[in-house]
Write a protein that binds this ligand. Structure first.
Ligand code: ADP
Ligand code: MG
Length: 232
């Protein structure tokens, strides 16, 4: 199965895996991701939504669209079959306008996850150190304040402990002004699982779980992106 996902991308001569493909690989590695399915027509998007249960999220599924929401390719909190139909049309329209050349696989359909503290985990390869994991809080804390920590793969328990606690936003994970605290131990385990996944998959060049929703009882990745090395 893992080979299938990577082989398909290789066969199509692309290095960017779609959200669905990246989530599939992570799921096989025992990492919690939002159950996400591909719809290749509006009717299929509606029937998948009915199977999953509302509310759902629809997103463009195309290896040519990296930042899905910037291009109008993400519709959150879609509550009825009728709204699914409209969201599907709106996404197709927006993407055809923004990326007229994009090869579109369809639309990914997933359950709307309940809100949690948004965190991100990324992997990139450093010329000196090889694969390095990054941890941070999602949204503006990462984008504007660059409040992130790094450790070299493979991580040991202590690395995972430290990298979570050393970001400035750590108090947010402990529960801030009545918001739900995150299960920090679970996030430590998640970092170790991703470190292990990275070690076992040297043909992955970059990985982003952005965002992960952290809860008081676990965490789930709602978006994922992976880039393969140029040569297998
Ligand atoms: P991209 O990063 O390509 O723009 P995302 O898949 O990350 O697209 O979606 C954009 C935002 O929508 C996320 O940062 C998250 O806040 C929210 N989101 C995405 N998927 C879900 C989901 N399944 N449930 C709840 N919120 C979601
Ligand atoms: Mg994202």
């Amino acid at each position: 199965m893992r080979q299938q996902v990577i082989e398909q991308a290789r066969n199509e001569d692309r290095t960017l895996l779609t959200e669905i493909e990246a989530k599939e690989l992570l799921k096989q590695a025992g990492i919690d991701v939002v159950d996400t399915r591909l719809a290749t027509s509006k009717e299929e998007a509606i029937s998948i939504s009915q199977e999953l249960g509302f509310p759902v999220v629809l997103k463009i599924a195309s290896a040519d669209v990296v930042h899905k929401s910037d291009a109008g390719g993400v519709k959150l909190d879609v509550k009825t079959a009728k709204q699914v139909g409209k969201a599907y049309d709106d996404i197709m329209k927006a993407i055809k306008k923004e990326y007229p050349q994009a090869k579109i696989q369809g639309v990914s359909v997933q359950k709307m996850a309940r809100p949690g503290v948004e965190v991100i985990i990324g992997m990139s390869k450093d010329a000196q150190f090889g694969p390095v994991l990054m941890f941070g809080l999602g949204g503006i804390l990462v984008e504007i304040l660059k409040d992130v920590s790094f450790r070299i793969v493979p991580l040991v328990k202590r690395d995972a402990r430290e990298m979570i606690r050393e970001i400035k936003g750590y108090p947010l994970l402990e529960g801030y002004r009545g918001s739900e605290p995150a299960d920090v131990e679970n996030l430590e385990e998640l970092l170790l699982k991703i470190s292990d996944f990275v070690e076992k998959n040297p043909d992955i060049k970059e990985l982003d779980l952005n965002p992960i929703f952290a809860y008081k009882d676990g965490a789930v990745a709602v978006d994922a992106r992976a880039v393969l090395e140029n040569t297998p």
